[in-house]
Design a protein around this ligand. Structure first.
Ligand code: 5AD
Ligand code: SF4
Length: 451
């Protein structure tokens, strides 16, 4: 769980503002949504990191891999006792579980005042006003349509001093991978107008942000439904031209839509970092077909080869699922062998988890939990060696590092390849891009020093 924190006052409203606690689960899209919630509520609420002192608690939930019934109900239950003490407390459940479960949450949890899906975030100020005014009101807002017509809020970022942030370029997904709940809870693909995206990037850059990650469930199909919009490579070129922006990243890419135009942006656009997250999900063509991924093993490997040719230093990361229904030992070995060929810097591996309502949940050849665990352990074990080899190769190189934060352990930054670097140094370096010598590789991060 992540908690959004805020350190500054906003336009002198501090005294009159109430307190807002936001708990965030799941993907970067949810992190972005939470930031948006804080932003649009900024006029009336300031963020707190302590739920017990909050006037409003919003829980931004995720349903991608866990059973919503278990997770959300127990979590929200925790805040119940706060409400017993302070009946004025407003509790809201947002995110993908809210979208999916809707009214059922209100029925099962009488202390929840508000249920709102990802598409209803913009209505929060009004909904919270209504709830504060009339204590007997309860609201369920779970519209399915994505709406980018609503203007971006003009409020600054909720956390001043932020060095890197997300900007959403599209919402929803049309792909219907057979294991995935996202298309059911986030709706159809909708691209945001390029003007609004570029304006938001300019805005965050003017507030001191150095690195922007463009977000979408499938950024490679950006603009495909809108004749007047650029394609994704075109959008990257426009963003790359923004004054003051130092680094650009994006996530997530679907391999089937990774065009040559996009591949060729790497190593050519100055701000575009040499890192790509390209979820493979499985190394077996047979499993990929049953996942409805629209590419096969060779097609994926071919794209990797082209990426490495266009940009030899690119670091690659991926998502993969083990124990998908019907995954044989041989299919699993194909995944292991793909890892050896590609040599990812990092992977995010998951045991398949049936999501009610998806096609794969109905497949009759589900894999035993124990076997899934064994495969997961094996995949992680192999990747540990591969990842370490990749990190080790960076020892004694000089890297450009963006310093993001400081704590008792020292400074923390990131290379263009998205490797975390720890180093000693002055806290004034936060927000700066500096050249660092990499002294030592660990399993998940690097240790460096200023030169
Ligand atoms: N079970 C396990 N992993 C899943 N993912 C998505 N749906 C499921 C599921 N039902 C993983 C995929 C995706 C990542 C965000 O979550 O690997 O890329
Ligand atoms: Fe889910 Fe597939 Fe869409 Fe990604 S592309 S969000 S895995 S349906």
């Amino acid at each position: 769980m992540k908690t959004l924190s805020c350190t500054e006052n906003y336009h002198g409203h501090a005294l009159s503002r109430k307190r807002l606690f936001i708990a965030t689960f799941g993907c970067q899209m949810n992190e972005y949504d939470s930031q948006r919630m804080a932003q649009i509520l900024q006029k009336d609420y300031r963020l707190t990191i302590a739920p017990e002192e909050a006037d409003v608690i919003l829980i931004n939930t995720c349903s991608i891999r866990e059973k919503p019934e278990n997770k959300v109900y127990s979590l929200v239950g925790r805040y119940r006792r706060l409400k017993n003490k302070r009946p004025d407390l407003i509790i809201g459940v947002g995110g993908c579980v809210a979208q999916q479960e809707g009214q059922r949450i209100l029925d099962r949890m009488p202390y929840v005042d508000l249920v709102f899906g990802p598409q209803a975030i913009y209505r929060l100020p009004k909904m919270l006003r209504d709830l504060s005014r009339d204590k007997s009101t309860r609201i369920c807002a779970t519209p399915m349509e994505n709406d980018f017509e609503i203007p971006s809020p003009e409020a600054p970022l909720p956390n001043p001093g932020t060095v890197r942030t997300f900007v959403t370029i599209m919402q929803g997904c049309d792909n219907f991978c057979t294991y995935c709940i996202v298309p059911f809870v986030r709706g159809r693909e909708t691209s945001r107008p390029p003007g609004a995206i570029l304006e938001e990037i300019r805005q965050v850059v003017s507030e001191g942000v150095k690195e922007v990650t463009l977000l979408g469930q499938n950024v490679n199909s950006y603009g495909k439904k809108n004749v007047n919009f650029p394609d994704f490579a075109g959008l990257l070129r426009l963003a790359d031209g923004i004054d003051g922006l130092r680094r650009l990243r994006f996530t997530t890419s679907h391999p089937k839509d990774l065009s040559d135009a996009l591949i060729n942006c790497f190593g050519r656009l100055e701000t575009l970092c040499e890192h790509l997250h390209l979820p493979v999900q499985s190394g077996s063509s047979r499993v990929l077909k049953r996942m409805n991924r629209h590419y096969d093993r060779d097609g994926y490997l071919d794209k990797v080869e082209r990426l490495r040719k266009a940009c030899p230093e690119i670091s690659l990361t991926t998502d993969l699922i083990v124990g998908f229904p019907g995954e044989s030992e041989r299919d699993f070995q194909d995944t292991l062998s793909l890892l050896k060929i590609v040599e990812y810097d990092q992977i995010f591996a998951f045991k398949y988890s049936p999501r009610p309502g998806t096609r794969a949940a109905e497949f009759d050849d589900q894999i035993e939990e124990e076997e899934k665990s064994r495969r997961l352990a094996e995949v992680l074990d192999l990747q540990k060696k591969i990842g370490f080899k990749r990190f080790k190769a960076l020892e004694n190189t000089i890297q450009e590092v963006l310093i993001e934060s400081v704590d008792q352990a020292g400074l923390k930054g990131r290379t263009r390849g998205n490797h975390v670097v720890h180093l000693e140094g002055n806290k004034n370096l936060v927000g700066k891009l500096i050249r660092i010598r990499i002294d030592r590789a660990g399993n998940h991060s690097l240790r460096g020093s200023t030169i």
